[in-house]
Design a protein around this ligand. Structure first.
Ligand SMILES: C=C(O[C@H]1C=CC=C(C(=O)O)[C@@H]1O)C(=O)O
Length: 430
């Protein structure tokens, strides 16, 4: 990384003498970087993260200057740190046991952010007012040192197990498509863990880097609470984007395979748009988002269904726009919108209980929500198409909505399609 205007750096070191500024403000320095993820990998801070939205705005962040584990504290923190962004997320089910280092709700104001839009990069030093001139010099030497390139090293992964197994999956689908269950629970989203074991240590960030490059139109996130303990993903689904009082959300559910051949792909997409089971699966999500938003909004508009193509799978998607009441904030939005029936099922609370009793693993932050919150603008993605690394173990997650007419075998294939991109990267190195 290098600085565009060296005078700014000098100022960064010497501004400490300026005691007239008592309120918090970040120090912004315009910089240039070759690879932000290589830069992130080279930083020594144990807490690090990355966020990319669907318009390719990216942020690498480091350290915890302030932390939020209770959404009730958000307003106070936003007042203390005006215009700051709090990056992080929430678990799928906060009442369950969580992964080490990942609280049910955890957002941080980082010490350092590297934000970029297009070719413009800005380094935000959020903690500079707390540092002495010497500490600033050290920090700047650290952030401006040239990082080695980030390369995904060939390493051998073995698929240790699926949770649930195919046999158990069949039993689960038979159970929840039985008329006695369907009556009260028309949709439940069951997930599968694919647990891989590597023979050597590996860089989750390097793996994430090649993964996110393959799906540049999706969100991308990486959160590492300490070395070798990270959650990352390349999700297609937005929980919400809030700019002031205007809100964008979407119902993304109902899937079929995607094809590299445009004609075949179009045929598949056309069939998907007419398929009753998938339309029903998607409509349950639209209706639930609409019902959750109605008390919080002045107006809601639902756009016609379109198909969102991924590399190996495509989905029905209905964009939803709303104008929020002035008193609606991120806490109320998160509580109202998460989890949607796209990851839980319907009715949401009973589906979540049913998952808790019948799924054979803890979801942690998979199918939770990841993004950032700020007074002015917030964006959260749904944390699907994601993976959790713990030392040499790598767990891939995928879920599928089960409704009347779901077939266990084809839902299992759908799970395979949903992890195919990252799985292909692991298999490439066998
Ligand atoms: C729960 C997942 O996908 C959801 C989002 C899109 C389509 C889905 C489906 O068709 O089942 C799921 O509701 C996942 O990828 O882990």
């Amino acid at each position: 990384m290098w600085v565009i205007d060296p005078k700014q750096l000098e100022q960064a070191i010497h501004d400490l003498c300026d005691t007239s500024v008592t309120t918090w403000r970040p120090l912004k320095i315009r910089v240039q970087v070759d690879s932000e993820l290589a830069w992130l990998a080279a930083q020594p801070n144990p807490y690090k993260g990355y966020w990319r939205d669907r318009n390719a705005q990216q942020v690498c962040y480091l350290g915890k200057m302030a932390e939020l584990t209770d959404l009730d504290d958000l307003v106070v923190l936003e007042q203390r740190y005006p215009a700051a962004r709090f990056y992080g997320g929430i678990a799928f089910d906060s009442s369950r046991e969580q992964w080490p280092g990942f609280a049910p709700c955890q957002f941080v104001l980082p010490e350092i952010e590297l934000r970029s839009t297009g070719n413009e990069y800005w380094l935000y030093l959020n903690n500079w007012q707390q540092l002495s001139a010497d500490e600033r010099r050290q920090l700047l030497a650290q952030v401006f040192s040239t990082p080695p390139p980030l390369r995904w090293q060939a390493c051998e992964f073995t698929l240790a197990q699926y949770h649930p197994t195919l046999e158990r999956w069949h039993a689960l689908i038979a159970q929840c498509t039985h008329p006695s269950v369907l009556g009260d629970l028309p949709k439940v989203v069951f997930a599968r863990q694919s647990c891989y074991q590597s023979t050597t240590a590996f860089s989750a960030l390097a793996l994430f880097d090649i993964w996110q490059q393959q799906q540049p139109d999706n969100f991308a996130f990486f959160i590492s609470s300490e070395a070798n303990n990270s959650f990352f993903g390349v999700p297609p689904e937005r929980l919400y984007l809030r700019c002031g009082q205007s809100l964008e959300s979407e119902a993304l559910a109902g899937s079929c395979a995607a094809s590299d051949d445009p004609i075949t792909n179009q045929q598949l997409a056309d069939e998907l748009q007419l398929d009753r089971k998938n339309i029903h699966e998607n409509q349950l999500v639209v209706d639930a988002i609409h019902a959750a938003l109605a008390p919080l909004c002045e107006s809601i508009h639902i756009a016609p269904t379109r198909v969102l193509k991924q590399r190996h799978v495509q989905h029905l998607c209905q964009p939803i726009q709303a104008i929020l009441h002035p008193e609606t904030n991120d806490k109320t939005l998160l509580q109202a919108l998460h989890p949607t029936p796209a990851v839980a099922g319907f009715p949401i609370a009973s589906a979540q209980r049913y998952i808790g009793c019948n799924e054979s693993f803890e979801r942690g932050w998979y199918a939770g929500a990841v993004g950032y919150l700020s007074a002015e603008q917030s964006e959260m993605s749904v944390a699907i198409r994601s993976a959790y690394q713990h030392h040499q173990q790598l767990t891939l997650f995928a879920g599928a909505g089960i409704v009347q007419g779901s077939n266990a075998e084809s839902e299992w294939q759908e799970l395979n399609q949903k992890i195919a991109t990252i799985q292909g990267l692991l298999d490439d190195h066998h």
